[in-house]
Structures are given as C-alpha cells and as structure tokens.
Design a protein around this ligand. Structure first.
Ligand SMILES: Nc1nc2c(c(=O)[nH]1)N[C@@H](CN(C=O)c1ccc(C(=O)N[C@@H](CCC(=O)O)C(=O)O)cc1)CN2
Length: 297
C-alpha cells in the first residue's frame, strides 16, 4: 500500500501549533511581521507571494507587500531591503526568487540582515547551517524534514538521493540530511544535470528528493520497490484548463506511486510545507529579536 503524504494536513498542523506562540508575541506588543519583496511580475511568484500573505493573515502575523517594477534599476530593490532591515517593526524579510536577470542574486541575498533572513539564504545563515548550528533552516528542506517525521521516517543510515543542486532546495536539503542530529545522519548523493546515469542513482535510493525543476523527470522505472518519494517540483505546463496550465511535479506520479511506499502529491505535498515553515521562521525571528521565548513545533 502506498501512503500519499498529505502536505496540506501536516502544514495545517504546524500552523495550528504556531498559533499560541503568535498570541504570546502579540500579547507582549510584538506582533510578528514579515515583509516580502517581489520584483517583476512572474505569475508563479505572484501566486506564492499572495499565498504567503494569506497564510500570515490567517495566523495573525502582519505582512508587508513590497512590489518593484521588473525593469527598475537593481538599486531600487537594495534600497527597499535596506529600509526593511532598518525598520524595527519588521522581523522577517524575504526577496521572492527568482529576481530579474539584471539583478545580482548573490548581492540580494547578502543585503538582507541575517537576523531577519527568514529564508535562511544569507551566506552567514548558510554557513551556520553547514556548521550544524542553523539559525533559520531554509523553508522547503525544513518542511521536508517535517514530512519525514509525519510518516515516522528517520533518515539515519538511509541512502537518500537528492536530484537538483539549487541554493533553495538541493544544497540545503543535502546539508540537513548529513547533519549529526535528528532528521539527519543519512548517506546523501546529490545528482544534477551532469550526472551520468541518473536512473542508476535513484534506483539505489531508499529516499528520493526530486528538486530539479524538470517536469516528470523521474518515473517508476527509475525507482526501487518501497522507496519514499518527495516531489518538490511545481511546474506549470500548458493544458486545456481554465487557467491554461496544470501543475506537474518532477516525478511522474502514477508510475512512481506504483513503486513507492510513500509519495508526496503535486499540488498538496511540499508546497504547503514551504509556506508553513516560513511562518515558523517568522515566529522564530520575532522571538529571537524581542527576547521573548516561545514554543516552536
Ligand atoms: N524567497 C524565496 N523564493 C522562492 C522560494 C523560497 O523558499 N523563498 N521557493 C520557491 C517558491 N515557493 C516559495 O516561495 C513556493 C512554491 C510552491 C508553493 C505552493 O504552495 N505550491 C502549491 C501550489 C500552488 C499553485 O497553485 O501554484 C502546492 O504545491 O500545493 C509555495 C511556495 C521559489 N522561490
């Protein structure tokens, strides 16, 4: 029997567990506040940002929405981040990725105050994560760790194949999985576009985390019986639907589900967890900055 891992339900549980902490902070006059910065009008990014704002509203977190024209000079973005860094009422700052090509992504990540960097992408926070002393774990890999917990999967000693080496998912996921701590201790292989014989790697895995951004890259023939499959892909492919597209993962769901002991769907798997862990990091940031201890799930 294949378990379909319900990311929506796990995310709802995490939001529920954060409620008391938000109330504690707000009761002390320190309502958690998240600022999102979106440059340009990429439709998927617009969707994610509006979902993040809706999540905040539901939980009692204040959200600021900074929008910058996609053709504006990069300095406009840096100035906006600088203002948010300097604003004591703002606890968390994120710049929605991707940024337009004329903007230096690394410079953007470095511009965010590491204490407010609720994405965990600033080099200081990346370094702390690698060193085993994470301040803010990046939301998607942290959410995947919570999904593992939800199915009582301890990655310790397991062969995990991470497909994709992005700064947002692949690299931090691999780093978290090799940490000498709960949720880690796995043997990790990171595959990417230059990997020869990807199928041989995924077939040898106990767990596959697919985060390549390539629709249906991995199908059932590339998996072994009983594997746990985590599909991070949220690819919009043209389709005859009301929206003109449908969402497709990096995994070919039907054939993969035939092999898997557990699998995440798209939508409703990893995506909601990314958003839930952003709320977690925003609450954590507020607690750290204001010196008010709270429980975190
Ligand atoms: N600054 C950041 N930029 C980006 C991140 C990030 O963590 N920080 N990750 C991705 C996009 N992302 C968050 O921003 C994200 C992706 C998907 C979802 C989600 O809830 N997906 C739903 C489907 C939504 C839809 O209908 O399109 C699902 O999978 O069920 C949330 C957040 C890149 N950029």
């Amino acid at each position: 029997m294949t378990t379909v891992i319900d990311g929506k339900a796990v995310a709802a549980d995490i939001r529920e567990q954060l409620t008391n902490s938000v109330e504690t902070l707000s009761g002390e006059g320190e309502t958690p506040t998240l600022a999102t910065v979106l440059m340009g009008n990429d439709p998927a990014s617009e969707t994610y940002v509006s979902m993040k704002h809706r999540d905040c509203e539901e939980l009692g977190i204040e959200a600021r929405d900074v929008r910058i024209d996609g053709d504006a000079p990069a300095d406009e973005l840096f100035e906006a981040v600088e203002n948010l860094n300097a604003d004591p009422a703002v606890n968390g700052v994120l710049v929605q990725m991707p940024v337009p090509d004329h903007v230096d992504k690394q410079a953007v990540l470095q511009s965010i105050d590491p204490e407010k960097d609720v994405d965990g992408f600033h080099p200081e926070n990346v370094g702390r994560l690698v060193a085993g002393d994470a301040r803010y774990k990046p939301c998607t890999p942290h959410g995947i760790q919570k999904l593992f917990e939800s199915i009582d999967l301890d990655p310790a000693g397991k062969d995990v194949v991470v497909v994709g080496r992005s700064d947002i998912v692949g690299k931090p996921m691999a780093n978290l999985l090799i940490q000498k701590e709960d949720g880690g201790n796995a043997t990790v292989t990171v595959c990417h576009s230059r990997t020869e014989d990807l199928a041989a790697k995924t077939q040898a895995a106990d767990v596959v985390v697919a985060a390549a951004g390539v629709p249906e890259l991995i199908d059932g023939s590339m998996l072994s019986e009983g594997v746990v499959v985590i599909d991070v892909g949220v690819n919009r492919v043209d389709a005859d639907t009301e929206k003109g597209y449908e969402l497709v993962g990096d995994v070919e769901y039907e054939s993969a589900a035939e092999k898997a002991s557990a699998i995440t769907p798209v939508p409703g798997g990893v995506g909601p967890m990314t958003r839930a862990m952003l709320l977690y990091n925003t609450v954590k940031a507020t607690s750290r900055q204001e010196g008010i201890p709270v429980d975190l799930p």
